[in-house]
Ligand binder design. Sequence first.
Ligand code: SF4
Length: 702
Amino acid sequence: MSVGTALPLASDGATSRGAAGGTRTHCPYCSLQCGMTLVGQRRTTVEPWTEFPVNEGALCRKGWSATGLLGHRERLTTPMVRDRSTGEWSGVTWDEALDLVARRLREVQAGHGPDAVAVFGGGGLTNEKAYQLGKFARVALGTSQIDYNGRWCMSSAASASTRAFGIDRGLPFPLADVEQADVVVLVGSNLAETMPPAARHLDRARENGAQVVVIDPRRTATAERADVVLQPVPGTDLALALGVLHLLIAGGHVDEAYVAGRTTGFEAVRESAAAWWPERVERVTGVAASELRALADLLADRERVMVLTARGAEQHAQGSDTVLAWIDVALALGMPGRQYAGYGCLTGQGNGQGGREHGQKADQLPGYRMIDDPAARAHVAAVWGVEPDSLPGRGRSAYELLDALGTPGGPRAMLVHGSNIVVSAPRATHVQERLEALDLLVVCDLVMSETAALADVVLPVTQWAEETGTMTNLEGRVILRQQARPAPEGVRSDLDVIAGLAARLGSPIDFSTDPEEVFAELGRASAGGKADYAGITYDRIRAEHGVFWPCPSPGHPGTPRLFADSFATPDGRARFHAVDHRGPAEVVDADYPVHLTTGRVLAQYQSGAQTRRIADLPDDGAFAEMHPLLAGRLGVADGMPVTVRTRRGEIRVPARVTTTIRPDTVFVPFHWLGVNRLVNDALDPASRMPEFKVCAARVEAA
Ligand code: SF4
């Protein structure tokens, strides 16, 4: 299919087509990592890859149009340096750019110490890049200050899964298992719009007789294909889970044998859930007690219940506890480890899973090892050929890192790879001020993103179809994105940038620029860790449609399903956690009486740096979705401009009036510069996830 050729779209935006020749690779965007075939090197077109089991040839419109960014007129192909006094950009050679960056980094570190330089990565980077970035920070720079934007995406579910199961893999089963479930509960997920090809599995589940439950303040496209829809007040999913637990316990529906044999900690949960009777839950969540009872009855009755959370439940200051409460529900029913049942998180970014496994997170080393574990440090240091004591310790989490930029004791220089921070960070105006306070900001990107525009040096790097590397999708399936065409002249891979800087900084070890070689080293560094890739090779991935980790040896088949016999905790048992509802960090009041929530739309992806530049994707800009009752109170009609104001700023956007949202809530998508300036930067105490999903706002006719 040529770029932009209109295919007949199904109502969910996903399409299927037959097989074709070309290079088998994967979509550059979300965590589904749909398989696709790219044909032609000069004029590259997308064809389906029907054998790839996750999407079976179907793609959403973002996938079909992804080649629109190859050869785009805004593509950067020359390193650029900005003169701060005039604001003017000039093109320089790669040697000049890398020499300049290395010299300035050395100066900053000589004056202020190793931690004065920070590195900020992204959940869209390949595993190889994420791994090299972590190694580069700890060895070539010697800094502890590295984290990444995935901290803002899935970290609450990661934290909760680790505490409950001893391991964090988005889905502990293949996505297609959804089709065999009896009940699928989606908490805060709009997968029909964010990853339309995944909705086929949900539809097949319903064809097989399953009931689908959607819990979301908005009646989304996903809710339209559900049997039960609950629309709680934003920020109250935890109370809802406690209410379900209360009813399951009161009704005698707990799987006592499972709880006794495979878990610990249930008695404390029994006590805490006792305080959440249905009428109290109704007062907090706005969900009628009768609806809550119906949901509990539905879950109590079925053999195979699957609970899946996503950002709607997770991006809160109590996001980790919310996920723990839903895991408690799944454990009370005896589901985790049972076939076609259990708990899972639908990760968001393309490599949201792999990006948090191999060392670009402030507290981690490759293989999902913790950086303050002496054995982990010794293992990884041996693979890298350095002394364990030379590795720095734990650094700041993503938002805390950005908040500290340019402050006394904070980093004074930063390298950014694969992240458009100015659009995607919470309290973005403040974050932009912190970026502007740096002595040196270096951004590696494809285009002049809003963040690159603030940099002192911008380095043009390769994108998906111009490079090879692995990603780990939402199922824990390691897949291979293969290069389909040469990179434009003047563009280099992030791996080249890392190696070039490491050499100039006098790194004690070399950094390979060959992705397959880097992946083999990543496998050795991960060996024995929780996310063990030691048995995975590029050839195996090609032959097997991806390999599920853990895969500790070449003869190991990989692990599509976890927890069948035991959990990854020291005693093999899952942990219940007694948690309580605290509510959002910022509650509505007379001055700010409306809940503001944010999210995605079908045609755009994350900060929009890629998708907003693709002509075949509609770009209508941000809008404020509101109920007719709210619009009526404000005197606003559909399409009229409104001002959305919070304690951190205001934006002006057109109103979109619809009955599908709660009357006390306004929704603004986050793909455009604006709404993240309004959201609250309160952090979850365990995951350090900011509270993107709810804050108090005032809306007025503009
Ligand atoms: Fe698939 Fe996600 Fe790409 Fe759409 S954006 S084609 S759902 S990987």
